[in-house]
Design a protein around this ligand. Sequence first.
Ligand SMILES: C[S@@+](CC[C@H](N)C(=O)[O-])C[C@H]1O[C@@H](n2cnc3c(N)ncnc32)[C@H](O)[C@@H]1O
Length: 277
Amino acid sequence: MSHTKFYSKAYFYDLLFRFKNLKNENQTLIDLYLNLNGKLPTSFLDIAAGPGGNAIEMSKRGIASSALDYSKDMVEYGLEKAAEENTKITYFQADMRDFKLDKPVELAAMFMVSTGYLLTSEDMLAHLKTVAQNLTPKGVYVVEMPHPVDLFAVGKYTLAEWEEKWQEKWEQRWEEKWEHTEGDTTVSLQWGDERDPFDPITQIRNVTARLKFKTPTDSGEIVDHSSQREYSYQEIKALIALSGVFEIKKIIGDWNISIPFSNEKESRRMILVLQKI
Ligand SMILES: C[S@@+](CC[C@H](N)C(=O)[O-])C[C@H]1O[C@@H](n2cnc3c(N)ncnc32)[C@H](O)[C@@H]1O
């Protein structure tokens, strides 16, 4: 399935992703919603939420927040984290392709590379439809996806001077390695490996996640491989149109409303702002 071994280490995952600027991401979501609907959102859903950081931060702002994830360990961890931070979220285990909330929400979001776990176009269509069913009329869904430079590898094989811009963009791709220390615990992650096989027909890469950890009582390495689909802009646009449930209102290149999605260096991601039709 989807890097199950890796995501079962929810605490280590949480340490590794402390660099996420939750406040800024959430403020961008709120601004996008406000611009589209002329009012502030009152409810939020964090899809494939992992440790649930975005839902927890939204809840602290007084927005009724819920979260879902396939991993039981992430759900348990997120609920504990919310309690530790003296806030309340509704967090449940579910598949992002088919779920039902008790009550529809006004704003939903999915962060980082989670769309990669929607392996087929049918999975993506099922996902878009289920999200739309759980949104209120004019509800907004913001989806962060890798920049398509990751898929096309533009810049990887060319060295001509005029290609410099593409090399810079290629270097921003979502293949990364970093380390984080918190007290006496050190964790490191290598996400992706040069040798990860990519199937150009299915657009699926078998992505390697390599987690190393060291605590006062334990140390080890977890190597996990999982399929991830890479989407081009043209096909996600076509799939959204085909779904018949969302309209693309804006596309931004990072978690900043004034950075448009483009081939420029500052556009590191493809963040789609969708509104329910
Ligand atoms: C890259 S993490 C993102 C976590 C979090 N949103 C963040 O920004 O840190 C991807 C998450 O997707 C979850 N996931 C994978 N497949 C899923 C599915 N079919 N339905 C729901 N969650 C899924 C994983 O368990 C994992 O927690």
